[in-house]
Design a protein around this ligand. Structure first.
Ligand code: ADP
Length: 256
């Protein structure tokens, strides 16, 4: 049952009464549950064939007799399959995890996770003619959920590539600031207008620039990433300039 209340005042401003409205929202709650369970099973069903497609596309690229054209076509196939899998993973995470989901915490080095995210992005970056530079020569011990944090960093790095053009550089840095482990992902890409910067952390919201450029996306990754950062007692912020580039900064408390 959902209850709302509204107070009424007479012309002198004195309290004249309160109206209470109670409504049965069982159907709405059940519809949301049905939608989430549909999204969760749909994403699971999509993931297996996609992973197989991606595996074969990558395996075929190892054939030394491939022509440069065929290799380049297979790279495009792999890139798109990875992109689709990231979207499916985000939809799955959004349908099964809420902001209050329990976090499994294990000791991790955030700088190593960042270096790993960079290494996994290299095939994509190479295919798009974007350089990836990593400055992560520091240890950043944190207590965290490996799956969640890997997804945060992968989302940030793949966004940096997706919203950048060939010939630019994506720079990843890991550093300590007092009691904080700080990772930043900077690009020289599309950028986000000032009025959109807050909004892009809300589920399903995308910047006007990304929509106008026709770059596909779901508007889920950043919202999920920020939820994970907050669950860990940290935060995720963005500074950006339209047409110049963006910097996303993840801050988590350092483990003692
Ligand atoms: P998606 O990229 O799938 O739309 P995200 O939640 O990851 O979803 O990002 C939300 C929005 O934020 C994007 O649609 C885009 O408008 C903007 N955005 C995210 N990362 C960048 C970036 N590195 N450069 C420019 N815009 C970005």
């Amino acid at each position: 049952v959902s209850i709302s209340a509204r107070e009424f005042h007479d012309p002198t401003g004195d309290h004249a009464g309160t109206v209470l409205a109670a409504s049965d929202v069982t159907e709405v709650v059940e519809a949301v549950r049905a939608r989430d369970s549909f999204l969760a099973s749909m994403s699971h069903e999509f993931r297996t064939p996609l992973t197989s497609l991606l595996g074969y596309a990558e395996l075929l690229q190892e054939d030394p007799s491939l022509s440069p054209e065929a290799r380049s076509d297979l790279q495009v196939m792999s890139r798109n399959a990875r992109h689709l899998r990231k979207m499916v993973d985000n939809i799955l995470a959004a349908s099964v995890e809420g902001p209050t989901a329990e976090v499994q915490r294990t000791p991790l080095d955030l700088a190593r996770l960042l270096a790993h995210a960079a290494a996994s992005a290299v095939p994509d970056a190479d295919g798009r003619g974007i350089a990836v530079s990593v400055e992560a020569d520091v240890e950043l011990p944190v207590l965290g959920d490996r799956t969640g944090l890997v997804r945060v960093l992968d989302n940030l790095v793949s966004n940096a590539l997706k919203y950048s053009e060939s010939g630019t550089t994506v720079t990843l840095t890991a550093s300590r600031e007092g009691d904080w482990a700080v990772c930043s992902v900077a690009d020289q890409g599309l950028g986000i207008a000032p009025e959109d910067v807050e909004r892009v952390f809300t589920r399903f919201q995308r910047s006007t620039a990304a929509l106008q450029a026709g770059i596909p996306g779901t508007g889920l990754g950043l919202a999920l990433a920020q939820e994970v950062a907050i669950q860990h007692g940290g935060g995720l912020e963005c500074t950006s300039e339209l047409g110049v580039g963006s910097v996303f900064t993840l801050r988590l408390p350092l483990a003692a």
